[in-house]
Design a protein around this ligand. Structure first.
Ligand code: ADP
Ligand code: MG
Ligand code: MG
Length: 212
């Protein structure tokens, strides 16, 4: 079972990387509205490095937790930028709940995502409403915890990803209070936070892997 779970982790990282490739220009343009325009390329560097690390780990026979932890380290090492460090935190927190043997249950995955949200808040100090990825990640974590109480992981994840997408879109109406974008805050009215949008793209892509 552990090899199968590690391969699912690898496919999930593959899909993260693929969706970032597809949206790299869009994410850069969104970040250029009030930030420095590097969110697309930063996420792409991180995702590509994570994918290489995950593939090497699976080739070496690693379990799911080790595979994702190595992807997390590679992402934060190579991405640069605030979001790169935060994606390292997110993936490491989920990895910590997966285990290297056996099949993690839906509650363990939800705990990992909840830990990811706590980790991002602890690391970045942003609160809900500050117009950051927190505005998508926290509702995603709550929706996943609630959903996994009654539904299989894939169903709960896909519903939570829709919640994250709506929450990311809703950040268009907010003024940024954290990160680089805060200095040109008013310019970003009408544009969603790029980090919230990329988070929604990524969890949507992972949902397609869990459903497969
Ligand atoms: P940088 O701002 O260093 O250029 P990116 O452009 O890759 O990094 O990422 C910007 C995104 O990072 C923002 O859209 C926001 O979602 C997220 N972000 C920035 N600062 C914080 C923070 N303190 N807490 C949570 N997320 C943050
Ligand atoms: Mg930027
Ligand atoms: Mg930057």
């Amino acid at each position: 079972a552990s090899r199968r779970v590690a391969r699912t982790v690898l496919r999930a990282v593959q899909e993260m990387s693929r969706t970032i490739d597809t949206h790299v220009d869009e994410l850069g343009r969104m970040d250029a509205v009030a930030g420095d325009g590097d969110h697309g390329i930063g996420m792409q560097r991180g995702a590509h490095a994570a994918l290489r690390a995950a593939a090497e780990a699976v080739d070496a026979g690693a379990g799911a937790a080790t595979t994702l932890a190595q992807a997390a380290d590679a992402w934060s090492d190579r991405a640069g930028g605030t979001s790169g460090a935060l994606w390292g935190v997110i993936l490491a927190a989920i990895a910590a709940e997966l285990g290297d043997t056996g099949t993690p249950d839906a509650a363990a995955v939800a705990r990992g995502v909840h830990g990811a949200a706590e980790g991002v808040v602890a690391y970045g100090k942003a609160e809900i409403g500050d117009k950051t990825m927190v505005d998508a990640l926290v509702p995603f974590a709550y929706a996943l915890t609630e959903g996994t109480a009654t539904r299989p992981l894939a169903d709960a994840w896909i519903a939570a990803a829709a919640t994250a997408g709506a929450a990311a879109s809703a950040t268009a109406d907010l003024l940024p209070r954290r990160g680089r974008a805060r200095t040109h805050g008013a310019h970003s009215l009408g544009t969603p936070d790029p980090g919230a949008h990329s988070l929604a793209l990524i969890v949507t892509a992972v949902g397609s892997v869990l459903a497969a």
